[in-house]
Ligand binder design. Structure first.
Ligand code: PGA
Length: 249
């Protein structure tokens, strides 16, 4: 079964509510069904951006979710509130969360459980640092991160899972992985998923992330195991993000 290409924009800590609404309104005009498209604004902009995207082919996602549903957890947002705000997707385990906010494979696993329980689509990020790659640890890191994230789930529970392979050294640096490096890592991740989940692995989408731009998107998206992109910097500009979406079509 062919896998529908999926392009998601990770706005990170950027854009005011007004700028986010304007960007999604612009996108809604140019995105056609056929490619799955989502934008992931800050938590504050989730609701207004989801309202602005309503009825269009653009979905909305959060950048993280806490594992508890409610209670005395100051500063956190839950999967159920994300759903309530009109979002459909949640990014989990982004390398910036791992690097700056103490995210671990075990906490990604807990968040994944909460996200799936709400029927939201998880985008689980994995990827090695430059030091790990140069130390020959690429496969060990990916194995630990992928298996750690999906530990304890049945294939049936993971039918919507999206994995984003994002080499840390390519994020926000302008240094994109070569097409061969990206495809090789994606094929390895799919192999890990096949070992854990069997045939489901062939229908799960794997996104590449790390300095995806209009001029490299087509070649990356043309690789057999690259089913989409998780886009940071280039997702903040309507023209660039639209061009990346067009490259997936
Ligand atoms: P970038 O970010 O496209 O700016 O490299 C990608 C990401 O962090 O998801």
């Amino acid at each position: 079964m062919p896998r529908t290409k999926f392009i998601a924009g990770n706005w990170k800590l950027n854009l005011t509510v007004e700028d986010g609404v304007a960007l999604v309104q612009g996108l809604a005009k140019v995105v056609k069904p056929g490619v799955e498209v989502a934008v992931c604004p800050t938590a504050l902009a989730l609701y207004p951006v989801a309202q602005a995207a309503k009825g269009s082919a653009v979905g909305v996602g959060a950048q993280n979710a806490y594992w508890e549903e409610k209670g005395a957890f100051t500063g956190e947002i839950s999967a159920s509130l994300i759903k309530n705000a009109g979002a459909k997707y949640v990014i989990l385990g982004h390398s910036e969360r791992r690097q700056y906010f103490g995210e671990t494979d075990a906490t990604v696993n807990k968040r994944l459980k909460a996200v799936l329980a709400q029927g939201l689509v998880p985008i689980v990020c994995v990827g090695e640092t430059l030091q790990e790659r140069q130390g020959g640890q690429l496969q060990a890191v990916l194995k630990r991160q992928v298996e750690g994230a999906i530990a304890g789930f049945t294939p049936d529970q993971l039918k919507t899972l999206v994995i984003a392979y994002e080499p840390v050294w390519a994020i926000g640096t302008g240094v994109v992985a070569t097409t061969a490096q990206a495809q090789e890592a994606h094929a390895f991740v799919r192999g890990l998923l096949r070992a854990s989940l069997g045939g489901l692995a062939d229908s799960l989408r794997l996104q590449y992330g790390g300095s995806v731009k209009p001029d490299n998107a087509k070649e990356l998206l043309g690789q057999p195991d690259i089913d989409g992109a998780l886009v940071g910097g280039a997702a903040l500009k309507l023209a660039d993000f639209s061009a990346i979406v067009a490259a997936a079509g």
